[in-house]
Design a protein around this ligand. Structure first.
Ligand SMILES: C[S@@+](CC[C@H](N)C(=O)[O-])C[C@H]1O[C@@H](n2cnc3c(N)ncnc32)[C@H](O)[C@@H]1O
Length: 283
């Protein structure tokens, strides 16, 4: 089979599941991943018969995409703030909204303009602390996760991107001690109430780790409350909490942080939805 013939088969088999523009992008990412050919090489080689091993990998990818597996888990790579991160089923695929959260922290840290101690809670692939370290090399940055498997991915990414980060394996819901005072504690915690899983895309609910996504229906804000409690003890004077959040939890979160003795403000994502929150202790 030639590349040209594969492209036709790919489009025929997946046209029901994806828009045309998305199909072209998936095709290009997949072919580059399996063959190593860039766009120009893909044109030059389009009529050649493909190696059997390459054909087998391409056919396997069609089957996985049909089941809804995200392309990032097929290639094992995802982009975040201009860098390529290793990902697998143990970590959430980094999202563009999280890039906006990191941008907000960088903006704040640049105003403060001194080396800061920063902790990321629920670090997953390590995308938040690594992106922060690359942008703010004088800051001391730590990443924490309950999952050893996620931390292994985070360590791999930090090594590949030459970011010096300290890692901690902890269940934050069962932690009363942190090894430091922090100027910034950031978290993109699990925040989707389990009942919402019926309306979620197959790509997310069947492939991304449940532990990264879901919280109980009864207490969806548990991570925010727990981190706010820890912040009272472990934030340095003028320390800040930064969070990513569910777009419709803004009012509930503002009330929660106010009740717990914090000033809090929301920030909207590129689609105009409440998506980020910053909080500092009232004095
Ligand atoms: C929404 S993901 C965020 C991953 C990454 N920070 C990002 O933004 O792409 C939440 C992360 O929290 C971790 N997590 C879940 N429960 C936890 C707990 N009790 N203590 C610490 N980390 C937890 C998950 O393993 C997952 O990596």
């Amino acid at each position: 089979m030639s590349l040209q013939a594969f492209k036709q088969q790919f489009k025929q088999e997946l046209s029901g599941a994806y828009e045309n523009i998305e199909l072209n992008s998936l095709l290009s990412i997949l072919i580059q991943h399996v063959t190593g050919w860039n766009q120009i090489q893909q044109v030059l080689h389009k009529d050649e018969s493909l190696d059997k091993n390459i054909q087998a990998q391409l056919q396997a990818a069609i089957k996985e995409l049909k089941l809804g597996k995200p392309i990032q888990y097929i290639t094992g790579k995802a982009w975040f703030m201009g860098n390529n991160y290793t990902v697998n089923e143990n970590v959430l695929i980094p999202r563009p909204e999280t890039e906006e959260l990191v941008d907000w922290i960088i903006e704040y840290a640049n105003i403060i303009d001194k080396p800061l101690q920063i902790l990321d809670i629920g670090t997953g692939s390590g995308c938040i602390p690594i992106a922060l370290k690359l942008a703010l090399p004088n800051c001391m940055i730590a990443g924490l996760d309950i999952s050893d498997e996620a931390l292994n991915v985070a360590k791999l990414n930090a090594e590949a991107l030459k970011a010096d980060i300290s890692w901690m394996q902890e269940d934050i819901l069962d932690t009363t001690y942190l090894p430091n005072q922090f100027d910034i504690i950031v978290s993109n915690p699990p925040y989707i109430p389990f009942k919402e899983n019926v309306n979620m895309q197959v790509q997310v609910k069947n492939f991304e780790p449940n532990i990264a996504l879901f919280v109980t229906n009864e207490d969806p804000l548990v991570f925010y409350r727990t981190i706010a409690r820890l912040g009272k003890q472990y934030l340095s004077p003028k320390g800040q909490l930064f969070f990513e959040m569910h777009y419709d939890q803004g009012r509930a979160l503002l009330a929660l942080f106010d009740e717990m003795g914090y000033h809090a403000e929301l920030r909207q994502d590129m689609f105009g939805k409440d998506r980020m929150l910053r909080a500092s202790l009232k004095h």
